[in-house]
Design a protein around this ligand. Structure first.
Ligand SMILES: [Zn+2]
Length: 685
């Protein structure tokens, strides 16, 4: 329940009674976000797709992740803090950004504690936070690699592995200090809102105050080390949580400095565009550089705009969003075309955005973190005005390119999420087609787990109109509208396998407000009934339908979003998918695995007739329960190629028939080694 009185006080006072708004971000008083977050405890998934995953998160993902984080012989994440705190003898091990990934784990614990009230999670967080507090320097500095100053520092280059050169605070960008601080700020704000405890937040305040002091009037050298920016989001959230305007001022200052320094920092092997630092953001027209860095930056700048209302920032955000959504995003919602590429300015870029329409399949990079960042960016843009185009992409990412980052057991992870994988093909991704339990760069595992852990917070929002229904599935909502009216909803649906959705309304007394129902862009012929009566207005796809009426207890809404297999083609400018089709069913993108083909058939020879009839069938025993799409496709007669042959004269090939079974993309590579493709050649008739 929200306490408006305390919120108002918090704008003026910073003391133990300051605001405890309990949403994913605290945008209760944010002037330029029309949609407000619901409190963490307001929504619970009760059954079905997300309920199953949140249960698995509690029972397996988090214990497993905790075991890895605790294990000094693998990741050494918690041990780095213990060493920095002087609690154990030892050295630093890992990458400089490991602290930030550890904070993401704590954030996931907080979300799950908020849902389950499992006191062992609360205790675990307190144990961790006590060590982190002990590790923090008196002046607020906190970065275990630099504080410990010796050990195994997994820099990519030999000459950067020495601590002697790089063990001073705020000297090089690749130390990822802001990445770590940014995640600390976000995790601490979330922890405070969920538990009501100040222990983690006090650490973040001390750290944020130090950064303010150092960076509010930075030298050009200090500007150059601003790199990999979750701290833009973190600082705005610190402002929202504490009411202290200096954090907002600092976030503004970081954004103002973008594009003003021509120092590329210590990572001279990358150019300024890698970190979105060649162009001042107000002049930016495209998404450029490292996709993970960029998407987090766009999130932070959306947060900043939401507080300040500066139109120039919004214009650039729209330009960047449009460039991503219309020219640089994969059909799965993934972002970041290549491991290595160059920008239009000839700057070297890693894990990043390429030129428009350059969307490869086999070599696509699509880091799980970048994809999640894309969802987070779209969610923030959605909160500004409630436009469905943003919520559609958020959902697309969640069901496809975010969820593909973790296996069905919740124990193994992908860093990259390509759209095609062929065993033995020379240009394969770094993940080699199988998820791994552990990877030295450990940013993606805690990121996908914290995303699953907070999925209930994305399901609904409120505004002065009423309640916005963003995600479908069985859940309950118990929230208050802005005027204090309590609204309870009970949603029943087997989404995403079925588009039939029932929502039961419970209000204490008759009340007029809107239920804003998302009608996804992919749906044809959505229909709606209230208390058994058809709603005659057209439900336009790609919008929110405003169902405004006097609601009373017992009202029943039945929304039907008919689901059928749909073939999708890409803009012909995308050379890598020309004459190919992808298959979607509802919000899910499908793929074909060689596991589901006869053993003598190559996945690369499968052709999809444009009039293929694909029948959905739910298989409870396959891949933890999925709807498969089955039909008859074409199969080209086998060809003989030698490995050193690049071209040969065309030999006519016979087209035969083969039965295919497509599975959801997120579930690929859960049955051992396999070839896989999202895009398949089309047979035009
Ligand atoms: Zn990552």
């Amino acid at each position: 329940m929200k306490n408006i009185v305390i919120t108002v006080c918090s704008l003026f006072l910073f003391n133990s009674s300051f605001a405890q708004e309990k949403g994913l971000i605290n945008n209760e008083a944010t002037p330029n976000m029309k949609l407000k977050t619901i409190d963490f405890a307001d929504c619970q998934w009760t059954d079905g797709f997300w309920a199953e995953r949140q249960k698995l998160c509690h029972e397996n993902m988090l214990p497993n992740l905790g075991r890895l984080m605790d294990d000094p012989n693998t990741i050494h994440a918690f041990d780095n803090f213990k060493v920095a705190a002087g609690l154990v003898e030892g050295e630093f091990r890992g990458f400089s950004f490991l602290d930030g990934d550890f904070y993401k784990y704590v954030e996931a614990l907080a979300y799950t504690y908020g849902v389950t009230k499992d006191e062992s999670l609360n205790k675990r967080m307190d144990e961790i936070i006590a060590v982190v507090a002990k590790a923090q320097r008196e002046d607020g500095y906190l970065h275990t690699k630099i504080q410990i100053g010796h050990g195994i520092n997994k820099f990519p280059r030999k000459d950067q592995q020495t601590f002697e050169t790089f063990n001073k605070p705020f000297t090089i960008d690749f130390d990822h200090e802001f990445y770590n601080f940014g995640h600390l700020m976000t995790a601490a704000c979330v922890h405070y809102r969920i538990t009501g405890k100040r222990n983690f937040l006090d650490i973040a305040i001390k750290a944020s105050d130090l950064i303010y002091e150092k960076f509010i009037n930075p030298t050009p050298e200090l500007v150059a080390i601003d790199w990999n920016p979750p701290h833009y989001m973190g600082l705005v959230e610190m402002y929202r949580t504490t009411g202290d305007k200096k954090y907002l001022e600092l976030a503004q200052s970081f954004v103002d400095k973008l594009g003003t320094s021509k120092e590329s920092g210590a990572m001279e092997s990358r150019g300024l565009d890698h970190s979105q630092k060649r162009t001042p953001f107000r002049e930016e027209t495209e998404a450029v550089g490292h996709a993970g860095h960029g998407n987090y930056m766009y999130c932070g700048i959306t947060d900043l705009y939401a507080e300040t209302g500066e139109v120039a920032l919004l214009n650039s955000l729209e330009n960047v969003w449009s460039n991503i959504a219309n020219e640089k995003m994969f059909v799965t919602g993934a972002t970041g075309s290549y491991h290595h590429t160059v920008s239009r300015n000839n700057d070297k870029i890693s894990e990043g955005y390429a030129e428009s329409y350059d969307l490869p399949n086999t070599v696509s990079y699509n880091e799980t973190c970048a994809n999640i960042g894309n969802a987070m960016f779209n969610w923030r843009m959605f909160l500004l005005n409630g436009e469905s185009r943003f919520a559609d992409i958020m959902e697309l990412v969640f069901y496809n390119s975010a969820l593909s980052g973790i296996d069905l057991k919740g124990e193994n992870f992908f860093y990259t999420n390509p759209l095609r994988f062929v065993q033995g093909q020379s240009q394969i991704t770094r993940d080699s087609g199988e998820r791994r339990e552990f990877m030295p760069v450990f940013c993606c595992p805690p990121n996908i787990i914290r995303t699953i852990a907070k999925m209930h917070s994305y399901a609904y929002n409120t505004s002065d109109k009423g309640v916005w229904v963003n995600l479908y599935g069985s859940n309950t909502l118990d929230t208050d509208l802005e005027d204090g009216t309590n609204v309870k909803l009970s949603q029943k649906s087997n989404y995403p396998w079925d588009g039939a959705i029932e929502i039961n309304v419970d209000v204490k007394r008759k009340k007029e407000f809107s239920l804003m129902l998302r009608i996804p862009a992919w749906v044809d012929g959505a229909t709606l009934k209230v208390n058994g009566e058809n709603v005659s207005e057209t439900l336009k796809s790609g919008t929110y339908f405003d169902l405004k009426r006097q609601w009373k207890k017992g009202d029943k809404v039945e929304l039907n979003l008919p689901m059928k297999a749909q073939l999708v083609t890409a803009n012909p400018n995308v050379e890598q998918t020309r004459n190919q089709v992808a298959v979607k069913y509802g919000p899910l993108v499908y793929c074909l695995e060689s596991k589901d083909l006869p053993s003598d058939v190559s996945l690369l020879d499968v052709v999809i007739p444009q009039d293929i009839h694909l029948t959905p069938r739910f298989d409870a025993n396959l891949l933890s329960g999925v709807t498969v799409l089955e039909g008859e496709a074409g199969i080209l007669e086998k060809q003989d190629w030698t490995s050193n042959q690049l071209y040969k004269k065309l030999e006519p090939r016979q087209l035969n028939k083969v039965n295919v079974k497509l599975i959801p993309y997120y579930a690929w590579s859960n049955r051992g080694k396999t070839d896989m493709s999202v895009w398949l050649p089309a047979e035009w008739k």
